[in-house]
Write a protein that binds this ligand. Structure first.
Ligand code: HEM
Length: 503
């Protein structure tokens, strides 16, 4: 029969082809099956409207241009809730006040499971990260709460200040930098300091290596690494290696500490003294740096960017910090270094007596935090705005729905820390989460942000400049399609010069 001969020939050709050809063909066949099956889907009335495109065409924009893609979805379906397929996973996108309320409070919606598949920054490496997510996560969260109690947090302030001083000294008396490089680098240092140990954070070269590895985890997250994590793509292999190298750095630091027999005042010591198993300690350090460094670094970079473009808020922030120094520092401004004067301000004051810094941080996390919250429905099926979310489905809520809503925040893209809070709405601001999922690193992140901002606005003068070095006429705008840092599309340049106060 001609057909069977044709098939046989094709099979022989397939089997004798090289691995690359076999692999490509297998992927093409797999995607074709998905495409054909998705064509025949029909929606029941309580099923959210599906996107008018095939599954595979949703994948790349969901990962590469998420803000545009989700907005297009609302527009194309004409609905406030719609769904699409990411391979075999159903993803329901919700918006609006009642959906937001359900999203943040529904019992079955689980953050860890949602994050695991849809974010995929950390690959699952057997014996390194695979067991962590499920079994030990609650313990890691308890330890995170413990290292943010008053005493350890208070002890951390002068250390963060010293790290900031040391790194700011390397910037010289004046110059130009991109805050999304330099400020992020500084925050990476202070976050590693806060969450790990002296063995790592005292070693600038090691911190720099860690940063490269974490960048590799973040930027190496491609649609393929998330959706087909078992595929040995070059990006996936790089991620697995980076995870392994981070693991080695952390375990080496634990070993050195244990062998030294010296007790230090840091997070690692706290974990060791609590008698935690090594996997929990490694999970704490590896996982929380991922959760914390990028978010805090993004916010700090944007705070400095916004203050560089809004001198009136820069002045307000600087005078708030100056008056705290006057109240708490023992010596006069000129005599002592800025870092040691700031170290005299107690934790409680940083937390409760800085309304200007608080307003700046809040406004920055509103307008420049491109977060899409992700959950998985662990069951039973639930309804959001009369639309069904089946067990096992993923649900996502883009923060842009609330934070860039012109009804709640008039002229929403404008940075204005003085704007009034939106009234009569539930979860009108979710910059640190809402309902049953609140950020567990808020205390630490806010202290880092305040201390670094205080050092920068008093230690330097700065402004946003254009490519020629002149004061910029148009200010950088947050790019919500950049899910990592919200980095402005046309870059950002800050011109700075040291003030007369010694760092
Ligand atoms: C400016 C800095 C930060 C911002 C704006 C931020 C924001 C958030 C938000 C919005 C959520 C909730 C996500 C959701 O509902 O999908 C969250 C969760 C979380 N954050 Fe942060 N975060 C920051 C820094 C940190 C730091 C420094 C740490 C760790 C030290 C941290 C640890 C966590 C953890 C563990 C969760 C998950 C909570 C859970 O599983 O219920 N965050 N964060």
């Amino acid at each position: 029969m001609p057909y069977s001969i044709g098939l046989e020939a094709a099979a022989t050709a397939f089997l004798s082809a090289g691995f690359a050809t076999q692999f490509t063909l297998a992927v093409v066949v797999f995607l074709t099956i998905l495409l054909v099956t998705s064509t025949f889907q029909r929606d029941a009335p309580d099923v959210p409207t599906s996107l008018p495109c095939y599954s595979i065409f949703s994948i790349i924009p969901f990962f590469r241009r998420r803000y545009d893609f989700l907005n297009w979805g609302f527009h194309a379906t004409g609905q406030s809730i719609f769904q699409f397929q990411l391979l075999r996973n159903t993803v329901v996108v919700v918006s609006g006040e009642s959906a937001r309320q359900a999203f943040f409070t529904a019992r079955g919606l689980d953050l860890t499971e949602g994050f695991k598949i849809l974010s995929g920054a950390i690959p699952m490496v057997r014996g390194v990260t695979s067991d962590l997510q499920t079994k030990r996560i609650a313990l890691i969260h308890r330890r995170l709460a413990a290292v943010q109690r008053n005493t350890p947090l208070n002890d951390l302030i002068p250390i963060i200040l010293e790290d900031s001083r040391r790194m700011m000294e390397t910037w010289g008396a004046s110059g130009t930098f991109d805050p999304f490089d330099k400020i992020y680098e500084l925050v990476f240092q202070t976050t590693v300091r806060s969450l790990s140990c002296a063995e790592i954070s005292d070693d600038a070269a090691l911190v720099s290596r860690l940063k490269t590895l974490y960048d590799r985890l973040d930027t190496g997250t491609t649609p393929a690494t998330v959706l087909l994590p078992w595929l040995p793509t070059p990006a996936m292999i790089k991620k697995v290696w980076a995870t392994k190298e981070i693991y080695d750095i952390v375990t080496q630091a634990i070993k050195s500490r244990e062998e030294s027999g010296i007790s230090r005042n840091d997070s690692l010591q706290h974990l060791l003294d609590s008698g935690d198993e090594k996997l929990v300690i490694v999970g704490f350090i590896m996982g929380l740096i991922i959760a914390g460094a990028r978010a805090t670094g993004t916010t700090a970079s944007w705070v400095i960017t916004f203050l560089g473009g809004h001198p009136e808020w820069r002045v307000k922030a600087a005078s708030e910090v100056k008056s705290l120094i006057e109240s708490y520092s023992q010596s006069s401004m000129a005599a002592d270094s800025l870092s040691s004067q700031l170290a005299a301000i107690p934790l409680e004051v940083w937390e409760t007596k800085v309304p200007v810094l608080d307003a700046i941080i809040k406004e920055t996390t509103r307008v420049a935090q491109p977060h899409t919250a992700m959950r998985r429905n662990l069951g039973p099926p639930l309804y959001i705005d009369n639309k069904i979310i089946p067990t096992g489905a993923y649900v996502v809520y883009p923060f842009s729905d609330v934070h860039l809503d012109p009804e709640l925040y008039p002229d929403p893209w404008r940075f204005n820390p003085g704007r009034p809070e939106p009234k009569n709405t539930t979860f009108g601001y979710v910059g640190w989460g809402g309902g049953k999922t609140l950020c567990l690193g808020t205390r630490l992140a806010k202290i880092e942000l305040k201390v670094i901002t205080a050092m920068f606005v008093l230690g330097f003068e700065h402004r946003i400049v254009d490519k020629l070095g002149n004061t910029a006429t148009s200010l950088p705008t947050p790019n919500w399609n950049d899910i990592l840092m919200c980095r402005p599309q046309n870059g950002c340049s800050i011109k700075y010069a040291r003030s007369s106060i010694p760092l």
